[in-house]
Ligand binder design. Structure first.
Ligand SMILES: C[S@@+](CC[C@H](N)C(=O)[O-])C[C@H]1O[C@@H](n2cnc3c(N)ncnc32)[C@H](O)[C@@H]1O
Length: 242
């Protein structure tokens, strides 16, 4: 299991307590399902919030929920029970043996992928004719206030590089469509921001980042004593079967 899976797995029991933005994004993604798919595959299902929305909206659909972290999948199973099938799966190396799907959907998991264009290409190959891959992932400019505070102090920042809507890298075989929307989370201070990311399992910094000294961290946190508005720039993508 990789480090990302380990972190998400370790936080699976607390994830729902802090997944405010993730619920909003899942709702906006579910609202983009503008057809009635018979076979649905979810990638990176987490605790199953989006899966439950889909189960409600698509009562006749066969649902397969997958995640790389077994404890997350266990939470999803506890939420949806026999309404879905479940599989531990790395969305970057999807199991073609699961069959073909009319809808493949993924909310806020793709930002953890190392080779997103390759993964999108492999998932697209699992779409049935006329099928669609719908996803939500983080885009450039997310958590701008946090990055700006580090830059102002001349400190390195552990945030990942996220793609812009215009510069989004698609796999060979055709581009998809992207719509960008911002979702904001108002937090009392920087400590709450860091704590919530950790509780989400999303606290893993960019590769090679060395944690700040306690003094440098305090200087960053001092900039957010009056509150922190965490802006998630969410890219909603749609890819049609090739
Ligand atoms: C921020 S959570 C989002 C969970 C859920 N989709 C939601 O919106 O609440 C990210 C999820 O992606 C999963 N994940 C990360 N990398 C993955 C990968 N390569 N393949 C499948 N799932 C992955 C994590 O285990 C975690 O459950």
């Amino acid at each position: 299991m990789n480090a990302v899976a380990g972190r998400f797995g370790a936080q699976a029991g607390r994830y729902d307590d802090v997944a405010r933005v993730q619920r909003v994004v899942a709702e906006r993604l579910a609202a983009r399902v503008a057809f009635t798919p018979a076979r649905v595959l979810e990638v990176g299902c987490g605790t199953g919030y989006l899966g439950a929305l889909l189960a409600q909206r698509l009562p006749g659909a066969a649902l397969v929920l997958t995640d790389i972290a077994p404890p997350m999948l266990a939470q999803a199973r506890a939420r949806l029970g026999a309404r879905a099938r479940y599989a531990v799966m790395d969305g970057e190396a999807p199991d073609a043996g699961l069959g073909q799907f009319d809808l493949i959907i993924s909310s806020l998991a793709f930002q953890w992928f190392g080779d997103l264009p390759g993964a999108i290409g492999r998932l697209r190959a699992m779409l049935a004719p006329n099928g669609q891959l719908l996803f939500a992932t983080l885009g450039a400019g997310s958590f701008g206030a946090w990055a700006a505070a580090h830059a102002a102090l001349g400190l390195p920042c552990g945030l990942h590089d996220y793609p812009s809507a215009a510069g989004f890298a698609w796999p060979p075989g055709g581009a998809g469509e992207i719509e960008a929307e911002m979702v904001a989370d108002e937090l009392p201070d920087g400590w709450a921001f860091a704590r919530d990311l950790k509780r989400l399992g999303a606290g893993q910094p960019r590769a090679g980042y060395k944690p700040l000294s306690p003094r440098a961290l305090k200087a960053v946190m001092a900039r957010f004593e009056g509150g922190l508005r965490a802006e998630y720039q969410v890219l909603f993508g749609r890819v049609r079967a090739g």
